[in-house]
Design a protein around this ligand. Structure first.
Ligand code: PEP
Ligand code: MN
Length: 345
């Protein structure tokens, strides 16, 4: 259910509606919009008695949300959600979901301070606002490099202050989630954990924005339900990321499903990034898919970059050389205005 407040409703009236919802044993999710505030209601087993709520001061109407994902749906919030990262020290303003494209770049894994610094310096110079790097890696083999853990988080913390980049890193489990929440600016939930519901709920109970990668065989509804898990706990700062799904095609690591972008935009207010690196697994496919992603309406990209990909401890074959990343950014600067976007804030 959704309570739509009148445009002129006061903060006190909004507060009073939230309290009434809580007294009914339900959860209230106030979602301010440009025109009006909507208050999502979750926790109800059946229909909520709308009469009680409709009679409250400042309420325009009470409506049923038809989709199984409620807080993530456009029915509840019409305006696009924009995640804002305000100016902080040498970190310029950044955003995800605004007209400005959000560009996340960096190695698959943080391998050493030297490696991470060299890559961060180059992606920052090319205009990335976010630095990615795995500290805890979900590897198919238990014998493969598992990440440097806390040491990697410390390295990325230094990178933040040195290069003014925001840090995105993946949480694999409760312990790494708490660490990522402490050290990173955005927490990534990987494709393999997209339906780890207890992890999603924990991500919803902390304050940092959460980037959710689409599961290897997840439908759009399952993807949005994962976002709903995070939001249902009170964290509305959620970003989706399409990273390819598994199909019969064997010319690429996965099949990039760009058609999900207009579908997400139609059904949800949440921003969506595209990861052409994991989607293709091949360096030579990253640029063409990056172009297509931006042309399709993605809010930005997540791209793997490595200064010595042949020596990378994970995902070398799909990692761009820093010069290729710079060339990609030059191309995107030309494509962006054609689709009403820009590369700068
Ligand atoms: C990653 O971003 O390094 C990663 C492991 O991604 P995914 O969860 O999409 O496979
Ligand atoms: Mn990777």
């Amino acid at each position: 259910m959704l309570v739509v407040m009148k445009a002129q409703a006061t903060p006190e009236e909004i507060q009073a509606v939230c309290e009434t919802i809580q007294q009914l044993g339900l959860r209230a999710h106030p979602l301010p919009g440009a025109q009006r505030t909507a208050i999502g209601i979750t926790g109800n087993k059946g229909e909520v008695e709308r009469g009680n709520l409709e009679a409250l001061a400042g309420v325009a109407e009470v409506i049923r949300v038809s989709k199984p994902y409620k807080l993530a749906s456009r029915e509840v919030k019409q305006e696009d959600t924009v995640l804002r990262f305000p100016l902080c020290g040498n970190q310029p303003e950044a955003s995800i979901g605004s007209r400005a494209l959000a560009i996340v770049a960096g190695p698959c894994s943080i391998e050493s301070r030297e490696q991470a610094f060299a890559i961060a310096e180059q992606v920052a110079a090319s205009g990335a606002q976010f630095f990615r790097g795995g500290a805890f890696k979900p590897r198919t083999s238990p014998y493969a490099f598992q990440g440097l853990g806390l040491e990697a988080l410390r390295i990325m913390d230094e990178i933040r202050t040195r290069f003014g980049l925001r840090i995105i890193t993946e949480a694999l489990d409760n312990e790494s989630l708490d660490l990522a929440a402490e050290w990173a600016d955005v927490i990534q939930i990987g494709a393999r954990n997209m339906q780890n519901f207890s992890l999603l709920k924990r991500a919803g109970r902390q304050q940092k924005p959460v980037l959710i990668k689409r599961g290897l065989s997840a439908t759009l509804e399952e993807f949005l339900m994962s976002a709903e898990y995070v939001m249902s706990e009170g964290n509305y700062q959620v970003v989706l990321c399409e990273r390819g799904v598994r199909t019969f095609a064997d010319h690429a690591r996965n099949t990039l499903d760009l058609s999900i972008i207009p579908a997400v935009k139609r059904l949800s207010h949440l921003p969506i990034l595209v990861d052409p690196s994991h989607a293709t697994g091949r360096r030579d496919s990253v640029l063409p898919m990056a172009r297509a992603a931006i042309a399709s309406g993605a809010d930005g990209l997540l791209v793997e970059v490595h200064d010595h990909p042949e020596k990378a401890l994970s995902d070398g074959p799909q990692s761009l050389y820093p010069e290729q990343f710079a060339a990609m950014m030059d191309e995107l600067a030309q494509i962006a205005p054609v689709v009403g976007r820009s590369l700068k804030m």
